[in-house]
Design a protein around this ligand. Sequence first.
Ligand SMILES: *Cc1c(COP(=O)(O)O)cnc(C)c1O
Length: 232
Amino acid sequence: MSARKSEISAALASVESRISKAVFAAGRLRSDVKLIVVTKTFPLTDLEICYELGLREFGENRDQEGSVKALELPSDINWHFQGQIQSNKLKSIATWADVVHSIDNFAHASKLSALSTDLGMSSKEVFIQVSLDTNKSDPSSERGGAWPSELATLTEQILELPSLDLIGLMAVAPLNASPDLAFEKLFQISSEIRSDFPTVNRISAGMSNDFEAAILHGATHIRIGSQILGLR
Ligand SMILES: *Cc1c(COP(=O)(O)O)cnc(C)c1O
């Protein structure tokens, strides 16, 4: 095994053991939590190693990078797009991303649905990204996300779109707040949405530094980069 492969393999094993502990502490099942390895900025050789180690869910933030990587790697990988969406990139994103986590307005959703229809793809999975910032002037709110007050309407509208399968809510914990409180709030918001729209029941939350808190608060998709692949 190459030195890099041993390194990634050990890091992955350590993340897996932390996931198992968090899942157990939360009284949940390991199979309820999908691990997405966030491969943005890492070279193809690292992605090949992740593939050899059995990972099949890969996350990217930029179209330019994800589109190239997706072409080079085996087709049984599920590609997750989780970066901020630029409208003019949606056409390309639609071709390679299997799941889009960062939808935060209806214009992007409806464009992505139309593009997926054109490509003959019937149901692209999407999450609505929610902002957990407490006020709009917070600099970290540049990370995007719909406001909780907009969610019910947006959910209802997106569920009408023919080629999207809206499966849940995604969020990033605000920079200067406790992830535990942030993900507790996300779980509450998710429960409210789920009571009106039962199929919108997944939660994409948790990164390298806060995934245990996310698992405790119901995350079904965790997005982990640096803890597996190292510092960017
Ligand atoms: C980069 C990124 C991640 C992974 O972050 P790490 O701290 O490297 O685990 C997860 N989600 C989003 C939206 C990201 O941009």
